[in-house]
Design a protein around this ligand. Structure first.
Ligand code: ADP
Length: 414
């Protein structure tokens, strides 16, 4: 699908560029043609103007042949040998142009192919010199101009052909480059769907298995089957959490989540979240310590910052064993607020701390699932942080614990 798109875009881009180049080449050719022949016609006209008498050729020799004719169209003078003799076919032809100029009393030019002389332009100008009517004809060879234009045309055609090849290759490479993010997000989308379906399959098959047991126990009462019903209940809860997270990420990807930013008391928010979570820590016999600096105000979406804190605290709770300790601190610096969530939990192996922010990544799959995790929390938290121009740094050691150090810029205004 991406390759087809690449081919299509390359063809469209190349065709448009070639079209422009083609039109540009035609314009250049037409302008050059006009320029060359306008200059030539000017030269011919000024050569004709130099004739002062119908019997006398102008003194300044220029690269033209003159034929001077009287009102009967007889040749009165000419420079160089006329191309053909009097009475010849060429003479008759030039005579007929002279006649036309005389009758219409207008100047005009004609291009002729003359044997052994190449292409000749003939300008016929009706004149009246010293009371005598006649025609001045100026002839000039235009082979040089024609071959210049032919060379220009060949060059332009060659340039166009070369451009088709070059533009095709360049476009192919550029389109390939610009499609990299599309390719990545396409792949991401595919992975997302595959991972999501995979995650949904596990609770579904657990539910299925429990329902099968219930069906086989159809003669027993509900109280006897509470174990299976509880299993189904907790799996459906898991599924509902997963679908909520998936929906959230899908909305995020479609840019449908809006941040409601305002100044709020970050110190109070952190304290509130800690109070909300305290019971869960007590329940798991994990010591929760805190050092929260007061009156730190932050410009951002309070609801999302709360969500981010809950994700980190929930992880600290999930990945710390009973008897462990979790320490949370908030410190305000001149330009930033530093939040630290440090635990004495299971920690992470080398190289894993870069991966945990990826969707569906779980360092310890079995444990995460046991704790009800899908590997989506940190990718959501990472995105919230990014939207607030914040950053995170993870210090961790396998078996000893982890510390998630969040930095939020206080002077960030959006
Ligand atoms: P989950 O729902 O699986 O916790 P997260 O995206 O929140 O998903 O975390 C991704 C993975 O990072 C977890 O599965 C876990 O392996 C690891 N992780 C996150 N927080 C901690 C922590 N405090 N200590 C050890 N491992 C952690």
């Amino acid at each position: 699908m991406i390759n087809k798109l690449r081919i299509k875009l390359t063809i469209y881009n190349t065709v448009i560029l070639i079209l422009f180049l083609f039109i540009f080449s035609i314009i250049i050719y037409i302008l050059m043609d006009k320029h060359v022949f306008n200059r030539l016609d000017k030269n011919l006209a000024s050569a004709a103007e130099r004739v002062e008498s119908l019997c006398e050729l102008p003194a300044v020799p220029i690269n033209c042949i003159y034929i001077l004719r009287d009102e009967h169209l007889d040749i009165t003078n000419y420079s160089l040998a006329p191309i053909t003799q009097s009475g010849s076919a060429f003479d008759k032809l030039t005579g007929s142009y002279a006649e036309k100029a005389l009758i219409t009393n207008s100047t005009f030019h004609v291009d002729l192919d003359v044997e052994n002389r190449g292409k000749i332009r003939i300008l016929s100008v009706p004149v009246e010199k010293n009371g005598q009517k006649g025609v001045v004809q100026v002839l000039i060879n235009i082979d040089r101009e024609i071959s210049f234009l032919a060379n220009l045309l060949t060059t332009l055609i060659a340039l166009n052909l070369f451009s088709i090849l070059m533009l095709g290759i360049i476009n192919w490479l550029l389109v390939g480059r610009s499609l990299i993010p599309v390719k990545e997000s396409w792949q991401q989308q595919k992975d997302f769907i595959a991972d999501a379906s995979h995650e949904l399959r596990t609770p579904l098959s657990v539910i299925q298995a429990n329902i099968d047991v219930l069906i086989s126990n159809k003669d027993s009462n509900i109280a006897d089957n509470m174990k299976w019903l509880n299993n189904i209940h907790s799996e459906t809860e898991l599924m509902s959490r997963l679908t909520n997270d998936l929906l959230f990420l899908a909305k995020k990807d479609a840019n449908q989540i809006e941040f409601q930013k305002a100044y709020f008391d970050l110190s109070k928010t952190v304290n509130d979240v800690l109070e909300e979570m305290r019971a869960s820590f007590v329940h798991k016999n994990i010591k929760l310590e805190q050092k929260i600096e007061n009156n730190i105000f932050f410009f951002g979406d309070e609801f999302r910052i709360r969500q981010l804190l809950l994700i980190h605290l929930d992880n600290a709770l999930k990945y710390t064993t009973s008897g462990g300790k979790v320490f949370v601190s908030l410190v305000g610096k001149e330009n930033e607020a530093l939040i630290k969530v440090k635990d004495t939990g299971i920690g992470l192996a080398d190289g894993e701390k870069e991966l945990i922010f990826n969707r569906f990544y779980r360092a310890d799959k079995a444990r995460s699932r046991e704790e009800g995790g899908f590997g989506l929390g940190l990718s959501i938290a990472g995105w919230i942080l990014q939207e607030h121009n914040g950053s995170i740094q993870v210090e961790t050691k396998l078996g000893e614990g982890s510390s998630f150090n969040i930095t939020l810029p206080l002077k960030y205004l959006n």
